[in-house]
Design a protein around this ligand. Structure first.
Ligand code: SF4
Ligand code: SF4
Length: 437
């Protein structure tokens, strides 16, 4: 699998070249050339910011269609905690889980239940961690990808634990094999994704060869169908007869993972840092790199505002979703799943190592990089420093580097172009004057 596989892509037909996405991308992955945007795949972390901001819906997120579940004999849905926050007046999350069964799944495995296991294991990790360095949550794949390309010194801070989605997938597959006797290939483990980053993480996982999740359907696609079946469950005798009361497992700790601070609060400690929104995440990582954050055992970072409830594939406003999630938590036990006999499941540990990818190097060799940097420094002296984006690069520095690398022209900058035209007009005027004299 392509290590730069992405869910986020551009529909060039819809792109108007308005540069809104260019100004928003946190990794400077976007350029607008010849009136159309393009994404540098090495820089993109699938945060979805460009999908959120594009006024013309030209940036999209690829996910699997729901029909994909027909490819499997036995299908298990993995609903994340953020899914429960999408519905109005939901008092009991088992209604959503039963609607998934009514929709065509054979079973469900709550990601929130796996999250509770991660919470318990992270508590163990913190109690054993004598390094004095914080543990950074590994749950948000956009954050992990950002660290991989931009913060090599922080890679070792990332929690060695797998994400709740991966653990849920492994446990769900194990249960399904035990229950049905089917071969693993006949079982479909289907995640309901709130964001493109999780989709990319399934098709191109960073710490393992292959994800335990087989496919992922967008939350926004499944939402209207679930509403339909939730209504049916209330009114239709046939559906009511199939209703499974025991289906809901996760408690308050697991459900809270759907919003900012939820994962950290499940650690039952006071001194943690929880940040959301990709710009705030970058600031925290920069401070951490500068050694400004001391004596913090745990850092939770979410690329989306509000946490997973703010993912671009959700349907509810993240602030309202957070309130709804709090209401659902109210009557739940503190935690619904625990480590059996205090035994940590093997699948919860990520075996592979995240490797630094130096995608921001200017050249293939150090000498070439220095040469390009020097050239860009000289260009910076003539660029206006406005970071207006009109040249098609997000900043004057990015434009100078693009020109130095030979992938853009200095006259793409309209301020420079204006100067050229000014000089040319002056010259023309002088020629005319000479001629008439
Ligand atoms: S926001 Fe980006 S993708 Fe959308 S129309 Fe403008 S330039 Fe194109
Ligand atoms: S998904 Fe995020 S990182 Fe990728 S191009 Fe869009 S804004 Fe940039």
């Amino acid at each position: 699998m392509d290590k730069f596989f992405h869910s986020v892509y551009l529909d060039p037909e819809l792109c108007k070249g308005c540069i809104n996405c260019l100004k928003r991308c946190p990794t400077e992955a976007i350029r607008v050339r010849k009136g159309k945007a393009s994404i540098t795949k090495e820089y993109c972390i699938d945060c979805g910011e460009c999908v959120r901001i594009c006024p013309h819906h030209a940036k999209k997120s690829a996910t699997d269609p729901l029909e994909i579940i027909k490819n499997y004999k036995y299908k298990v849905a993995l609903p994340p905690p953020s899914l429960y926050a999408q519905f109005n007046n939901l008092e009991d999350k088992s209604l959503v889980l039963n609607a998934l069964i009514a929709l065509g799944f054979d079973d469900v495995f709550e990601v929130a239940a796996a999250a509770e296991i991660v919470s318990e294991m992270t508590r163990n990790l913190i109690s054993k961690n004598k390094s004095g360095l914080p543990i950074i949550s590994s749950a948000c794949p956009a954050v992990v990808r950002l660290i991989r390309v931009r913060f090599p010194n922080l890679i070792d801070f990332i929690s060695p634990l797998a994400s709740p989605m991966e653990i849920a997938a492994e446990l769900a597959a194990k249960n399904a094999i035990k229950k049905t006797g089917l071969d693993r290939t006949e079982i479909g483990i289907v995640f309901i994704t709130p964001c493109p980053a999780k989709y990319s993480d399934i098709y191109s996982p960073l710490r393992k060869e292959k994800s335990g999740v087989d496919c992922a359907v967008a939350m926004s696609e499944i939402y209207p169908k679930l509403v339909h079946y939730m209504k049916k469950l209330f009114n239709d005798e046939m559906f009511l007869r199939q209703y499974r009361e025991d289906i809901s497992v996760a408690g308050k700790i697991g459900i809270s993972w759907g919003r900012r601070g939820g994962e950290a609060s499940g650690l039952l400690i006071d001194n943690f840092l929880a940040a959301d929104g990709i710009e705030n995440v970058i600031k925290v990582l920069e401070d951490l790199e500068d050694d400004k954050l001391k004596n913090l055992p745990f850092i939770e970072l979410n690329s989306c505002n509000g946490g997973c409830v703010g993912g671009v594939l959700t349907v509810e406003n993240p602030y309202i979703a957070k309130v709804k999630l709090n209401a659902i938590r109210k009557y739940l036990p503190v935690s619904g799943s625990h480590l059996k006999n205090l035994k940590e499941p093997e699948c919860a540990f990520s075996k592979g190592k995240i490797k630094f990818l130096p995608v921001y190097n200017l050249g293939d060799t150090v000498a070439e990089s220095i040469q390009i940097m020097q050239k860009a420094d000289i260009l910076m002296e003539i660029l206006p420093g406005l970071d207006c984006g009109c040249c098609g690069a997000p900043t004057c520095r990015a434009h100078a580097e693009d020109v130095a690398r030979g992938i853009a022209s200095e006259s793409d900058c309209i301020h420079i172009l204006r100067k050229y035209i000014g000089n040319f007009t002056d010259k023309l005027k002088n020629i005319n004057d000479d001629w008439t004299n």
